[in-house]
Design a protein around this ligand. Structure first.
Ligand SMILES: N[C@@H](CCC(=O)N[C@@H](CSC(=S)NCCc1ccccc1)C(=O)NCC(=O)O)C(=O)O
Length: 208
């Protein structure tokens, strides 16, 4: 049994960025997939610290909260910048990515029929900030000169936005180049093309 166990639903959702990190960094893990039907029985939910998934078990460490899991993997695999200053900037970037993800998830799960078009219309107003940031990054990564956990998270988010609206990056050359750059990393490409990724719906309600 691999020392790392990821318990999550059979969706990309909040689980894909952490899987990208582990796969790209050569970390072995076991997926414990929980169906909605199983979850609705309530027994597993009662055991979860905050009543939710994903859950990552790394040896005797049990973590919930997807961004805490990303940070844990980042600390273990050198994905948190070269010093405290870069780590702080990476945290800032990831917090902003989380803001965008929450907006997306609210539209997908609560306002899809009535809010999808408005979300797509307003999306450039949110993406423009990362376009400006990446336009100034000589390394092509959000912070410093190597990939961080925020890069995997932003990449995953942008790929999902392109599934929602294939043209959403057409006016953002830096974001387009960024998705190509991260997506052309051999193991990232392999994972994104694998059944582990492609066979999962993006979201739990079948909307994307
Ligand atoms: N801040 C937390 C949020 C975790 C979270 O929302 N988890 C969801 C799943 S992740 C997600 S994108 N949820 C969207 C809706 C959904 C629910 C159930 C299955 C799939 C998607 C969950 O466990 N829902 C079940 C429940 O609350 O009883 C984090 O970042 O991990």
């Amino acid at each position: 049994m691999a020392p790392i166990e990821l318990t999550y639903f059979p969706v990309r959702g909040r689980g894909n960025a952490m899987k990208l990190i582990m796969y790209d960094q050569g970390v072995e893990w076991t997926d414990k997939v929980v169906t909605i039907e199983e979850w609705m029985k309530g027994d597993l939910k009662k055991t979860c610290l905050f009543g939710q998934l994903p859950k990552l078990k790394d040896g005797d460490l049990v973590l919930y909260q997807s961004n805490a899991i990303l940070r844990h993997l980042a600390r273990k695999h050198g994905l948190y910048g070269k010093d405290g200053k870069e780590a702080a900037l990476i945290d800032m970037m990831n917090d902003s990515i989380e803001d965008l993800r929450v907006k997306y998830l609210r539209m997908i799960y609560q306002e899809y029929e009535t809010g999808k078009e408005k979300y797509i219309k307003e999306l450039p107003g949110h993406l423009c900030y990362f376009e400006a940031i990446l336009a100034k990054c000589p390394s092509g990564f959000l912070v410093g000169d190597k990939i961080s956990f925020a890069d995997y998270n932003l990449y995953d988010f942008l790929v999902v936005q392109k599934i929602l609206c294939c043209k959403c990056l057409d006016n953002f050359p830096s974001l387009k180049g960024y998705v190509d750059k991260i997506g052309s990393r051999p193991k990232v490409k392999a994972f994104m093309e694998s059944d582990s990724c492609t066979k999962l719906p993006v979201n739990g309600n079948g909307k994307q």
